[in-house]
Write a protein that binds this ligand. Structure first.
Ligand code: SAJ
Length: 406
C-alpha cells in the first residue's frame, strides 16, 4: 500500500491515478476539512477530468485520512515555499512530513519526495534528519526524489503521457519505484541519482521562465518604439530554429515563478541570466500598471474606480491563485497608495480581494476600461460584450478595434 502525503494539486491526482490503476492507496493530509470534503466525495479543486478520475479511484477503494499509515511506501507531495528575501527554499513542510513518516514506517520503506525541492535539499536536509532519528538511509529507509511535470489545466493527460524522472541511491530501488509509476505513466521513465533528479526539475522550469522573460523583454522594447511585438514574434517563429514564447502580464503559479529563484539563491554569483529573467517577469505587473496609467491619461480618466481587471488566477481556465500576476498588480497598486481597481474572475467564486465581482455583467456595468489579465474561455467566447469599453489586452486575444496591448 502506498501512503500519499499531501493531497493538493499534485498529490491528489497522483494518488487517484495510482488507485485507479490497481495500486492500494491511502491519501493523508493534515487539513481535516480537506480530508472531510474528499471523504464526502467532493473534489477540492477544478481540473479537466479530475472528477471522473476521483470516482474511479473511489470505486477502486482509495481512502483519505489525516493519519500517516503504517506501510512500506510513501509519496510526499507537500508545498515547498521559498523565502522571498533570501530566495532559498523553505523545506519545513517536507521535513515535517518526513518526521511523521519515520514515526510509523516499516523497516526498509521507500520514501519518495515528489515536491519540487532546490538541488541538494535531499542531502542537505532530508538525509541528515533521517540519520538524526536513528535510521540508516539505504538500509532502514530508501530515499527517492521523483519530481512531477504536470501542467495545471491538462494534469490528467500529462500524468499519463509525460516522461518522468526517478532519482534514487541505487538502481534496485529506482526500478521498484518505476513499477508504481509505470502502472499509469505511458511516457519514458528515466532513472538517475537524486541530485541530478532535483536539478533537472528546477532547470526545466527555469528554461521556461527565462524564455518567457525574453518574450516579456521584447514586449517592453517594442512598446518603447511602438512596434507590434506579437507580429514580430509571429514572423520570427517562422524561422525553423526560433520558438519565442508569448509576453504576458506576469508569471504566476507555484513553479515557474518560484523554482528558478532556488538557483539564484544557491548560486548567486553564477545564475545571472536567471536572476535578470526573474526580475523581468516579476516586473511585468508594474509594467501593466504603467500601461494603465498611460491609457488613462490618453482618455482623460483620473481615478481607478471605473477600471476593471479581468482575471485573478495565475493563468487561464484554472482556479489557482498562487503567485498570480493580478494579485501582484493589486499589491503594487496598494503600495503606491492607489486603490479602487475592480476585479472579476469567473473561476473564483469566493471573495479574495476588495471590489471583486461575481458576474461578468455586473462587472462590466461598473467599468469603462477592462484590463484582460487572463484569457479564460469565458472572455474569448464573449468578447463582443467589451465592444464599448476601453480595453488593454495583456494576452493578445481580443480582436475588437482600438484595443490596446502590452
Ligand atoms: N506564461 C507567459 N507566456 C507564455 C507561457 C506562460 O507569460 O508564453 C505565463 C502563464 O500565464 C503563467 C506562467 O507563465 O502565469 C506559468 O504558466 P505555465 O502554463 O507555463 O506553467 P505552470 O506553472 O502552470 O506549469 C509548469 C510547467 N513547467 C514547464 O512547462 C517547464 C509544468 O510542466 C510543471 O509541471 C509545473 O510548472 C510544475 O509543477 O513545476
Amino acid at each position: 500500500m502506498i501512503n500519499v502525503i499531501g493531497l493538493g494539486y499534485i498529490g491528489l491526482p497522483t494518488a487517484l491515478m495510482m488507485a485507479s490503476h490497481g495500486i492500494p492507496v491511502v491519501g493523508t493530509d493534515y487539513n481535516s476539512m480537506h480530508v472531510e470534503k474528499l471523504n464526502e466525495g467532493i473534489v477540492t479543486f477544478q481540473e479537466k477530468g479530475l472528477e471522473e478520475l476521483f470516482n474511479k479511484a473511489i470505486s477502486s477503494g482509495i481512502r483519505f485520512t489525516t493519519e500517516y499509515q503504517v506501510t512500506d511506501t510513501y509519496i510526499v507531495s507537500v508545498p515547498t515555499p521559498y523565502d522571498k528575501f533570501s530566495k532559498k527554499i523553505d523545506p519545513a513542510y517536507v521535513l515535517a512530513a518526513v518526521e511523521e513518516v519515520l514515526k510509523v514506517c516499516l523497516p526498509g520503506s521507500v520514501l519518495i519526495v515528489e515536491s519540487t525541492v532546490s538541488p541538494g535539499t535531499m542531502d542537505r536536509y532530508v538525509r541528515p534528519l533521517v540519520k538524526e532519528r536513528g535510521f540508516e538511509p539505504g538500509r532502514d529507509i530508501h530515499l527517492v526524489h521523483a519530481p512531477e511535470r504536470i501542467i495545471p489545466g491538462n494534469m490528467i493527460y500529462e500524468l499519463i503521457h509525460n516522461n518522468r524522472t526517478i532519482g534514487a541511491d541505487n538502481q534496485q530501488i529506482a526500478e521498484k519505484v518505476r513499477t508504481y509509476y509505470s502502472s499509469f505513466c505511458q511516457g519514458q521513465i528515466v532513472t538517475t541519482d537524486i541530485r541530478t533528479a532535483e536539478m533537472t526539475k528546477v532547470v526545466e522550469n527555469t528554461f521556461r521562465a527565462v524564455n518567457i522573460a525574453f518574450a516579456n523583454e521584447l514586449a517592453k522594447i517594442c512598446r518603447y518604439d511602438n512596434l507590434d511585438v506579437y507580429e514580430i514574434i509571429r514572423i520570427c517563429n517562422m524561422h525553423p530554429r526560433v520558438n519565442i514564447l508569448q509576453p504576458g502580464p506576469g508569471v504566476g503559479g507555484h513553479c515557474i515563478s518560484v523554482d528558478p529563484w532556488f538557483l539564484v539563491g544557491d548560486y548567486p554569483s553564477l545564475a545571472k541570466v536567471i536572476d535578470e529573467s526573474m526580475k523581468t517577469n516579476d516586473g511585468m505587473p508594474d509594467f501593466v500598471l504603467n500601461r494603465i496609467h498611460d491609457i488613462m491619461k490618453l482618455h482623460g480618466m483620473e481615478d481607478f474606480s471605473r477600471i476593471g481587471l479581468y482575471g485573478l488566477t495565475y493563468k487561464e481556465n484554472v482556479d489557482d491563485l498562487r503567485e498570480s500576476p493580478t494579485l501582484q498588480l493589486l499589491e503594487s497598486q496598494e503600495r503606491h497608495l492607489a486603490k479602487g481597481l475592480k476585479v472579476y474572475d469567473p473561476m473564483i467564486l469566493e471573495q479574495v480581494v476588495p471590489n471583486q465581482y461575481f458576474s461578468l455583467q455586473d462587472f462590466l456595468k461598473d467599468v469603462d476600461m477592462v484590463i484582460v489579465m487572463v484569457k479564460h474561455a469565458e472572455i474569448l467566447e464573449n468578447q463582443e460584450l467589451l465592444k464599448d469599453k476601453i480595453i488593454l489586452d495583456c494576452q493578445n486575444v481580443i480582436h475588437l478595434p482600438g484595443t490596446y496591448h502590452l
